[in-house]
Ligand binder design. Sequence first.
Ligand SMILES: Cc1ncc(C[n+]2csc(CCOP(=O)(O)OP(=O)(O)O)c2C)c(N)n1
Ligand SMILES: [Mg+2]
Length: 333
Amino acid sequence: MSDFEVETNMEEYLSLGRNKLVEMYHTMVLIRRFEEASAKAYSMQKISGFLHLYIGQEAVAVGSVAATREDDYLITAYRDHGHAIAKGTDPKLLMSELYGKYNGTSKGKGGSMHFFNAAKNMLGGHAIVGGQIPLGTGIAFKIKYKEEDRICLTFMGDAAMNQGSFHESLNLAALWKLPVVYIVENNMYGMGTAVDRASAVTELYKRGCSYGIEGMVADGMNVFSVYDAIKEAAKKARELSLPTLLELRTYRYRGHSMSDPDSIYRTKQEVEEEKRRDPIEQMKKFLLAEKIATQKEIDGVEAEVKKAVAECVEFAENSPEPPLESMYDDIYV
Ligand SMILES: Cc1ncc(C[n+]2csc(CCOP(=O)(O)OP(=O)(O)O)c2C)c(N)n1
Ligand SMILES: [Mg+2]
């Protein structure tokens, strides 16, 4: 799967227009460089708490957001940097959040695992595995109850499907016909446990069948495969108010979190092999082959992103710490 070939819907991708296609590429590069910078800051102890990197999975968030509307909701787990950026959150405010600064998206109290941007309909960032699945289902219930023309993209990891909350949610979503798309980012591992050691059925998209929920599977390393699959599932959610279980096969290049050495449960060769499907490289090839962008423009994106990320770091470094008086603000007890 190292060579990128778009077999379907070429006309539709091209009809997205040059600006949109370059913007999608730009966002994937931004997510990756943002995370590389955050890993560096983490190793310098500028960022504390947990940090789960999305590197390798960028096509999932970018393709999903490109195929839906701005007012559609999105909710995900703790590996949330890509989703927040794809939903249009200012990366400076996100870097500040990682640094625990007062101008961060959650005033520095949420950190990496709790990126939120309600104004852009990005409703987290949730640290409890599977915790966001009933919440996403509830959002879809609210959409239906209020007769809104929107849907909810509910993301989860492969391991989250083994939580009871997954099954309770899918049952109700099917029973009540809710406008939700459940998206499993199958990156092949839950921490250090491979999917085939944790799930009796490894074709994860099939696991909705006991609730009568249609399953779909697509290549999560290819932004256009993601785009196509989400488009179809979103249409079904919006027009028929029916849920879908969509498995996107992807891969994380880094360890589970910054504290995971990842040498015990997988080999270096496996990681290198997966990198040959790199989502950014695939889209770059497409843009060049279709003459949508020149090499100079591609280099320009890289330079622009490099500058923007350096500005994020500088912004976060120079931002104020939360004042001591704010310690008990926004506490839910
Ligand atoms: C309820 C609960 N149990 C256990 C954990 C510890 N934990 C954090 S991440 C994780 C693995 C989740 O893997 P997956 O859902 O595949 O997502 P990925 O990290 O691969 O994106 C576990 C077990 C947790 N955060 N919450
Ligand atoms: Mg996983």
